[in-house]
Design a protein around this ligand. Structure first.
Ligand code: ATP
Length: 201
């Protein structure tokens, strides 16, 4: 399977862009959704989290209290390491299963932390959805109803724009209006069809 990694920081437009690729029939695997599934109620990972931190790590309905866990590991690198060692192999395993099951001419792996979590190793090519920090902040604040300070804190722990640009094979510029995206996606989709069919010959 020929895999296109799609990355970009919080609110950069990954979902908006991958939805356009999906209109061409390309299957999209979202690492965030898999990360959530791995921590579903009853999962081994959620049980381990519950054993380590107690009931405060869970919401009343039995789901993971993501906000609490984020705060807990944010201030404590050794806890972050523990959590990553628990979840990353499980996430990788599920990603690989879904990549193998994909049936479109190529498949997209969409992950905000593609670079940080070294998922680039699973990708044949990397597409960056690039926006300026000001636009990124403004769109995320509008979408998530959060303060710009909260968005800044998340942007700080994600890879920098420069780090992403250094890894990317292709770039979609998303500072402009939504209408600017379709022509960029169409052009890249044609390129990827060619690259994937050559690679899979
Ligand atoms: P996250 O990683 O945080 O889930 P994302 O990279 O998937 O974010 P999107 O949810 O696709 O980002 O986009 C962020 C917000 O910006 C959404 O509300 C989306 O509708 C909006 N948006 C994306 N691109 C544009 C654009 N070109 N013009 C205006 N709004 C846009």
């Amino acid at each position: 399977m020929w895999v296109l990694g799609v990355t970009g920081g919080i609110g950069s437009g990954k979902t908006t862009v991958t939805n356009l690729f999906a209109e061409y029939g390309i299957e999209v695997i979202d690492a965030d959704l898999i990360a959530r599934a791995v921590m579903a109620p009853g999962s081994a990972a959620l049980t381990a989290v519950n054993e380590r931190y107690g009931p405060q790590a869970l919401l009343a309905d039995g789901n993971l209290n993501r906000g609490w866990l984020r705060e807990r590991v944010f201030s404590d690198p050794s806890e972050k390491t523990w959590l990553n060692q628990l979840t990353h192999p499980l996430i990788r395993q599920k990603l690989l299963e879904q990549l193998e099951q994909a049936r479109s001419p190529y498949v997209i792996l969409s992950a905000p932390l593609l670079i940080e979590n070294k998922l680039t190793a699973l990708c044949d090519r990397v597409l960056l959805v690039d926006v300026s920090p000001a636009v990124q902040r403004e769109r995320t604040v509008a979408r998530d109803q959060v303060s710009s300070a909260q968005v800044d804190a998340i942007m700080q722990v994600q890879a920098s724009r420069q780090e992403r640009l250094a890894v990317a094979d292709d770039i979609i510029h998303n500072d402009g209006p939504l209408a600017d995206l379709s022509p960029q996606v169409q052009h890249l989709h044609e390129l990827y069809l060619t690259l994937a069919s050559k690679a899979l010959q």
